[in-house]
Design a protein around this ligand. Structure first.
Ligand code: F6R
Length: 608
């Protein structure tokens, strides 16, 4: 994670760096810092905590200089305090780093033996000292940076400035993303195009192993072998406007409420309103002939993959293996010839998911990416991209990205099923009708906000919360538990309802709220009801989420019920995600946590 930015401009760089860093704060917010070259010397300001604190520090002690680098940190090595904040600097060089330097201990020992004194606990500081060592050996800044980069193991995106150099910045990318922005007489480096959007829409994305030498006149890119390389300059679609909360108290709440419209936008780009058939981009293989799908993702996106497994297996009769990317990438899974590998990611930059996708490519799979950021690394490297049209998701807890991921995956599953002949035209029409009604149903779900708000008051008192679901709503239970954990810091577990009696039922007493996700969808519903009776018999306080039929069939005994619209089982996981998001949100508000930027987390996880 971590966000980095670099500016070679005409006006003082520090205020612009702050503006860019604010747009990168989703990548980490433990500490922040900027460094510039002032009268030939490196100067810097750093602060623990959010960028606002750095801004206040700069107001007290302004930093001149028209060339500068900035960083917002998500700590990997070393506590998130001011000392460990980037930029790291010696008298000769300053660097900002996103990633992890795996061989930093041995490099540090080597440099300490040469007399270098380290002042932080970070892995990143070693980069500044290593470059300084080569500068001390009379190498030019360009050579010294190249020499140092050649010695680094691990993942990095870097921006480097040098004392005495008012017109040189060096960037490098291995594993972590880095973009170069072209302005008029100004040049920029940033973790993504969104950070640079206020100043330029002309962006070049570095490729793996690239190093770039940037001056105000332009940029020269070198590939991993050190040869000059051409990299396309593209027009980015990112907007320079700062994304606001539109009157909502938090981004997360705004994003929860945007779901009817962004699900609608997503559906409009996949469903032909006239023929009511699914439109998919051209693919290098026939979905009708796919024998197995491997679906890989992290966190919330992984739960979307789990839901998709139920859909593909039920509708299209294709076996699906689902894995979290961090496990998949090192498992060396044998993948079938002619197989499809599906990757799901909001940011499109999650390091494990990207690495898993590269592995699948090497294994000859056709890679399909369901991605929210169209210019992200995953989107650029996948064979087929299925965009989610959620728009920028700023709240760290994923909400609208998840439900739009499910929307796209439902479209893909229906289209595949039809191509394979496992559903007929009539069933396809029914499913598409159910999908196109989701935005209207989602509006109805949102009307339960007040009721859920009242329930959250009690949930906020709990130490542990259980979420139960079955079938395609087992992942909804997992997602509900994840949402609660990450923003309210209450321990929560999502379980397949049928698994309760194999252990977790031992946790049940009158202090443990049990949130049950149970749309009335036939056999699975009846089984869930039996499992919930077992919970209530042991004093568990049940909050029962179903439709009117389900609540009636369930009978009395729940502490609370929420009657959601009755829908086709296919779309239930999309709609039932919304009340669990709202419950987590209000619980977090009662707990007084930072909903949009919960502790220890970051929005884009670019380290493994
Ligand atoms: C949870 C959450 C994370 C992400 C995960 C994957 O609310 O947001 O679990 O889902 O880090 O991120 P992406 O989708 O960007 O690959």
């Amino acid at each position: 994670m971590c966000g980095i930015i670099g500016i070679l401009g005409e006006e003082p760089a520090a205020p612009l760096l702050i503006e860019g860093l604010k747009r990168l704060e989703y990548r980490g917010y433990d500490s922040a810092g900027v460094a510039t070259v002032v009268n030939g010397a490196i100067d810097r300001r750093r602060a623990e905590g959010r960028i606002a604190r750095l801004e206040a520090r700069l107001a007290e002690a302004p930093l001149p200089g028209t060339i500068g680098i900035g960083h917002t940190r998500w700590a990997t090595h070393g506590k998130p305090n001011e000392t460990n904040a980037h930029p790291h600097a010696t008298e000769r060089v300053a660097i900002v780093h996103n990633g992890i330097i795996e061989n930093f201990r041995s490099l540090r020992q080597e440099l300490e033996a040469l007399g270098h004194r380290f002042s932080t606990e970070t892995d990143s500081e070693v980069i500044a000292h290593l470059i300084t060592r080569y500068l001390d050996e009379q190498q030019s800044p360009r050579q010294a940076a190249a020499s140092a980069l050649a010695r680094l193991d691990g993942a990095f995106a870097l921006a480097i400035i040098f004392a005495g150099e008012h017109d040189l910045m060096i960037g490098a990318r291995r594993g972590s993303p880095l973009a170069v922005g072209y302005g008029r007489g100004e040049m920029f480096i940033g973790s993504d195009a969104m950070a640079l959007a206020p100043w330029t829409d002309r962006i070049c994305y570095l490729e793996e192993g690239d190093r770039v030498e940037v001056t105000r006149a332009g940029a020269t890119v070198f590939d991993g072998e050190g040869h000059p390389a051409e990299r396309e300059i593209r027009q980015t679609v990112q907007s320079g406007a700062l994304i606001g909360k539109a009157g909502y108290r938090h981004f997360m709440l705004k994003e929860i409420y945007e779901q009817p419209s962004v699900i609608g936008d997503t559906l409009r780009s996949y469903v032909n309103p006239v023929t009511r058939a699914i439109w998919l981009p051209a693919m290098p293989l026939s979905l009708a002939e796919v024998g197995r799908i491997t679906a890989v993702a992290c966190g919330t996106a992984y739960y979307a993959a789990m839901v998709a497994k139920y859909w593909f297996e039920r509708l299209a009769r294709i076996p699906v293996d689902v894995d979290v990317a961090s496990e998949f990438r090192y498992r060396e899974a044998p993948l079938p010839e002619g197989g499809v590998a599906l990757f799901i990611s909001q940011s499109g930059e999650t390091a494990d998911t990207l690495a898993a996708m590269r592995y699948a490519k090497e294994q000859g799979q056709t890679t399909i990416a369901v991605v929210n950021v169209p210019e992200s690394s995953i989107a650029r490297e996948a064979d087929v991209v299925l965009p989610t049209l959620a728009g920028p998701e700023i709240g760290v807890a994923s909400t609208k990205a998840y439900t739009t991921q499910l929307t796209v995956l439902a479209c893909l599953a229906i289209a595949t099923a039809r191509l394979r002949g496992t559903i007929d035209q009539r069933r396809q029409a029914e499913l598409i009708t159910a999908l196109t009604e989701v935005p209207a149903r989602a509006v109805e779900v949102l009307t339960h906000d007040d009721v859920i708000h009242r329930l959250a008051h009690d949930v906020a008192e709990a130490r542990d919360v259980l979420y139960l679901g079955r079938g395609a709503n087992f992942p909804t239970a997992m997602e509900g538990a994840l949402k609660l954990k990450e923003i309210s810091y209450i321990h929560a577990e999502g379980y397949a309802a049928g698994e309760m009696k194999h252990g977790p039922i031992a946790l049940i007493d009158e202090t443990v709220p049990v949130i049950v996700i149970a749309p009335s969808d036939g056999v699975v519903f009846d089984k869930t009801v039996s499992n919930v009776q077992e919970v209530m018999a042991r004093g568990g306080k049940v909050i029962f989420l179903s439709d009117r039929d389900g609540i009636e069939a369930f009978g009395p005994g729940a502490s609370a019920t929420i009657a959601l619209p009755k829908v086709d089982p296919l779309v239930a996981p999309i709609l039932y995600a919304i009340p669990v998001q709202i419950l987590a949100y209000h619980t977090a508000i009662f707990k007084g946590t930072d909903v949009d930027q919960p502790r220890n987390l970051a929005k884009s996880v670019t380290v493994e």
